[in-house]
Design a protein around this ligand. Structure first.
Ligand code: GRG
Length: 297
C-alpha cells in the first residue's frame, strides 16, 4: 500500500472509532448488559471496509465528512448486527469473530439476538435523526436504500439463500445472486450512501458509482472465499476453513483456487473501468478496490 493511502486509512479508521464510541449507547446506561454487549460487538475490531468506502464516496461527491460518517455508522451497525446473528448456533455457530469470542459466547444467545436487533434499530435511528442531505427527499431515499440493502431483497435474503444452499451444488449465476445479496448489497449501499451525503455527482455518475459498488462487492466475497481456504484462523480473526467444513458452495469450490483468484482480478479490472470518468478524484475508491482484492485478512 502507498504510504499516503495507509495514512488516509488510519486517520479515517481512528476518526470512525471515535464516532462509534460517541454514537453507541454507554454501557453505564440501562439496560447496561445489552449496551455493553452492543459495544463489545461493534468497537475495536474489523477492517471498517464499508465505512472507508463511504468516506471515499463522500469525498468524491463533495459531502461534509460529519454527514458521511453518520451514514457510514449506520452501515457498519447493520454489518455488525449481521455478524452477531450469523455467528449464533442457529446459523453459522461460530465461537471466534474479530479475534474475540463471539457475542453469544461472551454473553449469551438471548443477548446476542437483542444486540443484533438493537444495532439494526440504531442504524435507522441515526439515518433519520441526523441531517444527511439538505434535500429531505434524498434523505428518505437513503433510509429506504439501507432498508432494502439489508432486508429480504438484500443481505437477509442472501443469508436465506446461503442457509438453503448448504450441501448443494449451485451454478455460477446462482452463487453470484446469493453473494450479490448477502455481501454485495451492503457494500454497494455504503458507497451510495456516502455519495448521497454530497451533491456534486449527477444521476448518471451515481449510477456508475453504484455499478462500481456491485462489482467490488462481489470481488470482496470472491476474495473472502479464497481467504477462507488459504489464510489461517489467527490472521483472519475468525475460524478459517468453515466453508468447506460446512459443505457450502463457494467460488473456490466452483472454480478452484486459481479460477476464483482470476475472477477476483477480472471483477477488480471491471470495477476500475467504471471509475475512469472520475479521474484523480476517485483515487481513494481505486485504492480501496486494490485493498479489497489484495487483502490478506
Ligand atoms: C444474519 C441477516 C444475517 C446476515 C448475515 C454478512 C453475513 C450475512 C454473514 C457474515 C458471514 C460471512 C463470512 C460473510 C461473507 C463476507 C463477509 C460479510 C465477511 C465479513 O466482513 P469483513 O471481512 O469483516 O468486512 P470485518 O470483521 O472486517 O468487519
Amino acid at each position: 500500500m502507498v504510504a499516503e493511502f495507509t495514512a488516509w486509512v488510519s486517520t479515517h479508521q481512528s476518526r470512525f472509532e471515535d464516532v462509534l464510541q460517541r454514537l453507541l449507547p454507554a454501557s453505564e446506561i440501562a439496560p447496561q448488559r445489552l449496551h455493553a454487549a452492543m459495544r463489545y460487538s461493534v468497537l475495536e475490531g474489523g477492517k471498517r471496509v464499508r465505512p472507508l468506502l463511504a468516506y471515499a464516496a463522500g469525498e468524491l461527491a463533495g459531502a461534509p465528512v460529519e454527514r458521511t460518517e453518520i451514514a457510514a455508522t449506520a452501515v457498519e451497525l447493520i454489518h455488525a448486527y449481521s455478524l452477531v446473528h450469523d455467528d449464533m448456533p442457529c446459523m453459522d455457530d461460530d465461537v471466534l469473530r474479530r479475534g474475540k469470542p463471539t457475542c453469544h459466547v461472551e454473553y449469551d444467545e438471548a443477548t446476542a439476538l437483542l444486540v443484533g436487533d438493537a444495532l439494526q434499530s440504531l442504524a435507522f435511528q441515526l439515518l433519520s435523526e441526523h441531517r444527511l442531505n439538505d434535500d429531505v427527499g434524498r434523505q428518505l431515499q437513503m433510509v429506504k436504500l439501507l432498508a432494502v440493502a439489508s432486508g429480504s431483497r438484500g443481505m437477509a435474503g442472501g443469508q436465506a439463500i446461503d442457509l438453503a444452499s448448504v450441501g448443494k451444488q449451485l451454478s455460477l449465476p446462482e452463487l453470484e445472486q446469493m453473494h450479490i445479496h448477502k455481501t454485495g448489497a451492503l457494500i454497494r449501499a455504503a458507497i451510495l450512501l456516502g455519495a448521497y451525503c454530497g451533491d456534486k455527482l449527477s444521476e448518471a455518475q451515481l449510477e456508475r458509482l453504484d455499478h462500481f459498488g456491485k462489482l467490488i462487492g462481489l470481488a470482496f466475497q470472491v476474495v473472502d472465499d479464497v481467504l477462507d481456504c488459504e489464510a489461517d484462523t489467527a490472521t483472519l480473526g475468525k475460524t478459517a476453513g468453515k466453508d468447506a467444513d460446512n459443505d457450502k458452495p463457494t467460488y473456490v469450490s466452483l472454480l478452484g483456487l486459481a479460477g476464483a483468484k482470476e475472477m477476483a482480478q477480472r471483477l477488480h479490472s471491471e470495477s476500475m473501468a467504471t471509475l475512469n470518468e472520475f479521474g484523480e478524484s476517485a483515487r481513494r475508491l481505486r485504492e480501496l478496490a486494490d485493498f479489497i482484492v489484495l487483502r490478506k485478512f
